[in-house]
Design a protein around this ligand. Structure first.
Ligand SMILES: Cc1ncc(COP(=O)(O)O)c(C=O)c1O
Length: 305
C-alpha cells in the first residue's frame, strides 16, 4: 500500500522534498526497531485545519523514547511548530494523518543504546479518511498475547513493539476478521493491535487499565472525559474475555480508527449485531469535537491557519 504522501517532509529541522529524505542501510532502527513514532490527525472543517490534541501527542512522543534513553534532539515547541508548519508548507486543506518519528541512525551493531546514540527526526503527512468501516467491524480474539511490562514497556510507542500487533493482525485476517483483540499476560482483555477497546455493560463504559498492557491512548482519554461529561459512568478495570463477549456494546478508539463499533467477536454478535446507542453517541460527539463544533472541547484543537 503506497500512501498519497504530501510533497514536503520535515527532516532534522528542515523541509525537504519527499524523495530527498533518505537514510543509510546501517540505520540502527532498521535492524533493531529503535524508532519512536506518533500518529496524529488533523481535521479540515472547510474553514480551517485543526490538529487534535497536539500537545498530548508531542508529550507522549518524547516519553516513548525515555524508556530506552533515546534522545529527541528537538524541544516540544520545535516539534509542534514543525507539525503545524508542515501542514502549511504542503498547503494541506484536507483532513490528514501526520506521522512524526525519530530513530537511532548509524550506531553499528551496538545494543548498548545510550543518550549518545545519534538520532534523526522526520515528519510526513497524507490526506486520510476512515481507517475502518464506521458501520461496524468484526473482530477475533488473538491466540497471541499482548506483551507486558514483564518483557518490554507497553507505553513506549516504538517500532519494535508493533511486531506483536502485526502478527495478531495477520492471524485475524487469515481467520476472516477485520481486526484482532489481544488478551494480556493474565488472559484479560488488553486492546487491539493499534486501538484501545471499550465495552458497555449495564449502561456503563468500561475499558481495561494500563496494567492490562493497554496503551495510554489519547482517544481513550478523550472518550473517558466525554463519557463523564455526559454523566455516563466510566471505569478503568480489568475486563474478562467472557464478559466482553456478552457485553451490550463494544467499540475501538484510536487516532486512526477514531471510534469504530465492533459488531461481532469470534462470529458471536455483540448486542443486536449493530452499533449500539452509546457507541453512536460517542461517535457523534467525537466527530463534532474534532470538527470544532463543540466549544467545550475546543482547547483540544490547534488551528493551522
Ligand atoms: C497499540 C495501540 N493502542 C492504542 C492506540 C490508540 O492510541 P491513540 O488514541 O493515542 O491514537 C494506538 C495508536 O496510537 C496503538 O498503537
Amino acid at each position: 500500500m503506497s500512501l498519497p504522501l504530501s510533497k514536503y517532509v520535515w527532516f532534522d529541522g528542515k523541509f525537504v522534498p519527499l524523495d530527498k529524505a533518505k537514510v543509510p542501510i546501517t540505520t540502527h532502527a532498521i535492524h533493531y526497531g529503535t524508532s519512536i513514532f506518533e500518529g496524529i490527525r488533523a481535521y479540515w472543517n472547510k474553514k480551517n485545519l485543526f490538529v487534535f490534541r497536539l500537545e498530548e501527542h508531542v508529550r507522549r512522543f518524547r516519553r516513548s523514547g525515555q524508556f530506552y534513553n533515546i534522545s529527541l534532539n528537538f524541544s516540544d515547541k520545535q516539534i509542534s511548530d514543525a507539525i503545524i508548519n508542515l501542514c502549511k508548507k504542503n498547503t494541506m486543506k484536507k483532513s490528514c494523518y501526520i506521522r512524526p518519528f525519530y530513530f537511532i541512525g548509524d550506531y553499528g551493531i551496538n545494543l548498548h543504546v545510550t543518550e549518545k546514540a545519534p538520532t534523526s527526526v522526520a515528519i510526513f503527512s497524507f490526506p486520510f479518511g476512515d481507517l475502518f468501516n464506521k458501520n461496524g467491524i468484526t473482530a477475533g480474539i488473538s491466540t497471541w498475547r499482548k506483551f507486558s511490562d514483564m518483557s518490554t514497556p507497553p507505553q513506549a510507542k516504538m517500532g519494535g513493539n508493533y511486531l506483536n500487533s502485526i502478527i495478531a493482525t495477520q492471524e485475524a485476517k487469515r481467520n476472516g476478521f477485520d481486526e484482532a483483540i489481544l488478551l494480556d499476560h493474565n488472559g484479560n482483555v488488553s486492546e487491539a493491535p493499534g486501538e484501545n477497546i471499550f465495552m458497555v455493560k449495564n449502561g456503563q463504559l468500561i475499558t481495561p487499565p494500563l496494567s492490562s498492557s493497554a496503551l495510554e491512548g489519547i482517544t481513550r482519554d478523550a472518550i473517558i472525559k466525554i463519557g463523564k461529561d455526559l454523566d455516563i459512568e466510566v471505569s478503568e478495570r480489568e475486563v474478562t474475555r467472557s464478559e466482553l463477549m456478552v457485553s451490550e456494546e463494544v467499540f475501538l478508539t484510536g487516532t486512526a480508527a477514531e471510534i469504530t463499533p465492533i459488531i461481532s467477536i469470534d462470529r458471536k454478535k455483540i448486542g443486536n449485531g449493530k452499533p449500539g446507542d452509546i457507541t453512536k453517541k460517542m461517535m457523534d460527539e467525537y466527530s463534532d469535537i474534532v470538527m470544532n463544533q463543540n466549544d467545550d472541547y475546543s482547547y483540544w484543537l490547534t488551528s493551522v491557519y
